[in-house]
Design a protein around this ligand. Sequence first.
Ligand code: 5AD
Ligand code: SF4
Length: 475
Amino acid sequence: MSDTRQATISPTERAGSRKVFIKTYGCQMNVYDSQRMGDALATGGYVATEAMEDADLVLLNTCHIREKAAEKIYSELGRIRVMKAERAAMGKDTRVAVAGCVAQAEGREIIARAPIVDLVIGPQTYHRLPDALLRVDKGERVVETDYAVEDKFEHLPKAGKREISARGVTAFLTVQEGCDKFCTFCVVPYTRGAEVSRPLAQILDEARRLADAGVREATLLGQNVNAWHGEDAAGRPIGLGGLLYALAEIPGLDRLRYTTSHPRDMDDELIAAHRDLPELMPYLHLPVQSGSDTILKAMNRRHTGDDYLRLIERIRTARPDIALSGDFIVGFPGESDKDFEATMRLIEAVGYASAFSFKYSPRPGTPGAELPGHVDEAVKAERLARLQDLLRCQQQAFSESLVGKSLSVLVDKPGRRPGQIVGRSPYLQPVVMDENAGTVGDVVTVEIAGAVANSLIAVGASDARSALTGGPVAA
Ligand code: 5AD
Ligand code: SF4
């Protein structure tokens, strides 16, 4: 969740057009937002470049979830300052924009701390990006961090078929933004604002456009995606489950996923969708954060460890092969050894296929940062190491349980080695296959011969083991 990615906008270069380099930090929602900003910039004549030093506009789409994530931005801005000076010596201008959650949280302070920044733009106002850049062209330093009253998605230009196709056969689709849960460790309710659901018709329209452009798998995104709510064509209220039933009817869209969910919003309709819809992949990211009721209460999660375990049981009854993933925080203020052991017991009881785990990082302005009993960094590190060991074993055990089984795999890219292709299992693992198994966009059935690190190897994939390098449990 704290990786860095480059946004793909159409790389086609037109003479005279300006170049933009977009660097994306943080979650999948930021990846989606970067693509939409890329689409908006493309209509303003910008083309993408993968080389920052060639860019007339450098745009950082930032993450504020943990302290380290936010600090990375300032070190990056330091490097950009040097590059901007080098370009200036060659007579080239460079505009620098900071978007995302750091932009929203720190606003004008970014300009004060990093004078090279021309534009600070928060996630609620991305549709105003082209306008804001025109103001920058006129010499203004712009800070756009208001919560826009108009519907951002209505105003953002839609991606063209060519741009969508260039991004591959899997796509993100934001259906919900913001969060009203106010977990006491989390900045999201402050940076992304209140929960807003996009209307059903708008989502179906975007999903059809994706399918028409060759997308086979869509991942619905939301900070609290299972809080999505809307109305069906007859005006009846529906939840995320209802949305998934509607999306499953779109021809070509063979696979559906959604992330990230809160346990309190897993309703009967959504659980039934897991039972009924073959298009809905048997993988669920359902963060619990802690297994201790004391800590869950202090985190304002508003459920107990037992509630979570009972919920998992209901989900598994509906879809017995479902693979579970979660997020964990160790060292929340007041977490005792006993609380931590309760988290370890919960993990053992669930058996995760994958997981993300973090040391608690106090975020200014959140209630957690003000709590007494902050945990020593060394204790946090030790707990994190133990927890990740357990999760790594569970992940490996899950992968090995698939050896000898046949899985349906969506082929999504060439392999690292000649003669190989890579796809995604229903459980979101990369599967390395022989290139004759299918072409990009096919859903093929392959038998699994082995499991290495985070990947599966299909029968017939030559030399695949040596092509893979081990990777840690995501953290
Ligand atoms: N410290 C550590 N981890 C955090 N997360 C959110 N806020 C913090 C924080 N202050 C983690 C949670 C969340 C994931 C996206 O990031 O586990 O589910
Ligand atoms: Fe943050 Fe909690 Fe909302 Fe998730 S549910 S975004 S952890 S406040």
